[in-house]
Design a protein around this ligand. Structure first.
Ligand code: ATP
Length: 454
């Protein structure tokens, strides 16, 4: 699909900022990279961690009805046979006989009723063939059929196969959920749009088990909860779209699925799926393993396989959405009053990689430096801070604007009492978006910042 120029320029700027400032870079870059794999640098790692921690807080710690788990990436091959992934987790692929490109059949335009190659325009393509997206590997020393398994293509299956064990130890009644954050791997044919479609990525998934009659209502409930979550991490509802998947396009076992989509510069694309998966997964594993995966209702004395609603979000896609939503360019005066372009990542303080920059006005004044370092020591156990003493103060602010740091604290001559006692022990705190400064006492700094980043 053609992108308009300003959107592709914006994306280019975002990718270059990510590399320049150490958010996201190509994996194994010095060897030419590995397509579909990405590394997070210091700022990206903090951002990603803040996102995962907040998801965990909202989805697990603040709820009575959800517990966590952390499953292994490698599992018994039978998990993937029973779940249907081995037989059907595939994309239909065609080869172009002219330029030899391999392309996804369902993403090609048609000309004169025939699929057309998007690389060279040829109509001479092979018939579609299924290409399994799972990475195959061997467990142990022998590379034979019996040693085959796969890197998990989703985290959900670990939850289903541990359902019974967790039900017993968690002592929860329906409805209740099991949450997990972890790596997933898909051998995507066309990794593209930066980290949007990667081959290695992380998912944040909740399997929320319920009675069959409660499924549809809980689907609506979880859609609302998840939209609230995006608001709470600073993604405005104007950038989100809810796409109700038409019944004929839902997986055969699903009784309803919503995609939560985001306005990326390269188009509106899926961020998260919220799916009512009925009792499909547990029933499949029950049949294949021969182990009962039922719930016993003490009150009605009934036994049944629970149904499940699954909100499944991508960590990397959400990190990319956070960066795209936060990126802004505006005109602002420099130190001498001349207008210049200010690049700001307007992250919600909750998500920002660094919460506060700390600056002594001058680096060669021992008293200023000592006081600034003292503030670093006070704040460091509670939040990510960054000490910077080099360059003009305006430059230092700009560097933190680009990193998305919401607050900057400057220690000046008032702080150390050189202009009289009235302002001694106070600092200026600058807010990133408004660039407004206020003076506050050092003793109040910690609680003020903690309040604003919570
Ligand atoms: P798509 O249609 O974009 O391939 P999907 O519908 O196959 O995605 P799900 O299987 O529902 O995706 O996975 C749940 C979530 O995991 C997605 O909403 C997305 O955020 C994330 N995800 C899936 N595939 C990838 C990928 N290749 N790279 C990054 N994130 C992904």
């Amino acid at each position: 699909m053609a992108q308009d120029k300003s959107a592709s320029d914006r994306m280019e700027k975002i990718v270059s900022l990510c590399k320049r400032r150490g958010f996201i870079m190509q994996s194994s870059e010095i060897y030419g990279g590995l397509n579909g794999c990405w590394d997070y640098g210091p700022l990206g790692t903090e951002l990603k961690r803040n996102l995962k921690d907040f998801w965990w807080r909202r989805m697990v710690r603040e709820r009575d009805d959800v517990v966590g788990m952390d499953g292994s990436i490698l599992m018994n091959r039978q998990v993937w046979v029973a779940s249907g992934h081995e037989a059907t987790f595939s994309d239909p692929m065609v080869d172009c006989r002219n330029c030899k490109s391999r392309l996804r059949a369902d993403q090609l335009p048609e000309k004169d009723g025939k699929r057309q190659c998007t690389v060279c325009g040829s109509l001479d393509l092979t018939e579609p063939r299924a290409f399994n997206l799972m990475f195959k590997t061997y467990v142990g020393a022998t590379e034979d059929e019996s040693a085959i398994t796969y890197l998990r293509p989703e985290t959900a299956q670990a939850i289903f196969v541990q359902f019974k064990n967790i039900l017993e130890v968690a002592r929860k009644k329906l409805p209740f959920g099991i949450a997990q954050i972890g790596k997933a791997f898909r051998n995507e044919i066309n990794p593209r749009n930066f980290t949007f479609r990667s081959r290695e990525f992380e998912q944040m998934e909740l399997e929320y088990f319920c009675r069959p009659e409660g499924g549809l209502e809980l689907l609506e409930y979880w859609l609302k909860e998840r939209l609230k979550f995006y608001k709470d991490i600073g993604i405005s509802s104007e950038l989100l779209h809810i796409h109700k998947i038409p019944p004929e396009e839902c997986a055969h076992y699903s009784k309803g699925t919503y995609d939560i989509e985001f306005d990326f510069p390269f188009g509106i694309q899926e961020l998260e799926g919220v799916a009512y998966r009925t009792d499909y997964d547990l029933t499949q594993h029950q049949k294949a393993s021969g182990k009962l995966l039922e719930y016993f209702d003490e009150e009605t004395k009934q036994r049944f396989v629970p149904h499940v609603v699954e909100p499944s979000a991508g960590v990397d896609r959400t990190v990319l959405a956070l960066i795209c939503a936060a990126y802004s360019e505006e005109m602002a005066p420099d130190e001498k009053g001349k207008l210049e372009t200010r690049i700001v990542l307007k992250f919600h303080p909750r998500m920002a990689p660094i919460k506060c920059g700390i600056f002594p006005l001058l680096k060669n004044n021992e008293k200023l430096v000592r006081q600034a370092r003292e503030i670093v020591k006070i704040l460091r156990p509670h939040m990510m801070v960054f000490y910077d003493e080099s360059g003009a103060i305006g430059r230092r602010y700009r560097r933190q604007d680009e990193a998305g740091t919401p607050f900057g604290v400057t220690v000046d001559f008032d702080t150390i009492g050189e202009n009289g006692p009235a302002k001694e022990g106070t600092v200026t705190i600058r807010e990133r978006d408004s660039m407004k400064q206020e003076r506050i006492a050092i003793v109040e700094l910690k609680s003020l910042l903690l309040d604003r980043i919570d």
